[in-house]
Design a protein around this ligand. Structure first.
Ligand SMILES: C[S@@+](CC[C@H](N)C(=O)[O-])C[C@H]1O[C@@H](n2cnc3c(N)ncnc32)[C@H](O)[C@@H]1O
Length: 180
């Protein structure tokens, strides 16, 4: 990512209130029970860390990464406040360079960040039984655009996983799926 784009994300976060609560993204909230309570989790483009901290409180050992240093600092502060700093780490990383190195994970979360180049690596990063939770902007029920998924993009990209639940419409597409 260019320095300019990174600065834009930093400025956007600096303009927002810090996240004050841990929580799964709304789209996954009805499926909380599908998330394991132990193991490793990776949150890609974690923003201010609400979901990562929720996973850590649930009992997972979490790494969250984001290109914005401002977001990462806030995510660390949220983890400290929630008392999970020991099992919830955050790093600045540019996913344009690929996924951060690391062991297979039990949960891979990616909410509102879309880079189809990373779909194969996301799938490969799941250990057997591991859960993918991904939500992206979609052209389905929304306006067409270069940052939006085309119809069927997630189900096609992750066809080798077993779908737990999925949705597409109102401008977003999401998928919860497990590696066999
Ligand atoms: C719409 S926000 C979603 C944040 C968070 N997942 C959430 O649901 O609140 C998109 C996030 O992607 C991050 N991002 C954008 N491009 C990135 C890249 N190339 N590498 C890592 N993070 C990136 C931004 O900094 C921002 O935090």
């Amino acid at each position: 990512m260019s320095t300019q784009d990174r600065s834009r994300w930093d400025a956007a976060y600096a303009d927002r209130e810090p996240a004050s609560e841990a929580g799964l993204p709304v789209v996954f909230a009805a499926h909380e029970s599908a998330f394991p309570a132990a193991g490793r989790a990776l949150d890609l483009a974690c923003g201010q860390g609400s979901a990562a901290v929720w996973l850590a409180r649930r009992g997972l050992d979490v790494l969250g990464v984001d290109v914005s240093g401002v977001a990462v600092e806030r995510a660390r502060a949220l983890a400290n406040t929630a008392g999970v700093a020991d099992n919830c780490r955050f790093e600045v990383a540019d996913l344009d360079d690929g996924l951060p190195p690391g062991p297979p994970v039990d949960v891979l979360l990616c909410h509102r960040f879309r880079d189809p180049r990373r779909y194969p690596a996301m799938s490969e990063r799941l250990r057997p039984g591991g859960l993918l939770a991904i939500c992206v902007l979609s052209e389905v029920g929304g306006s067409p655009g270069p940052f939006r998924a085309v119809a069927g993009e997630l189900s096609d990209a992750f066809a080798e996983l077993v779908t737990v639940a999925a949705g597409e419409g109102d401008g977003q597409a999401w998928l919860l799926a497990r590696r066999l």
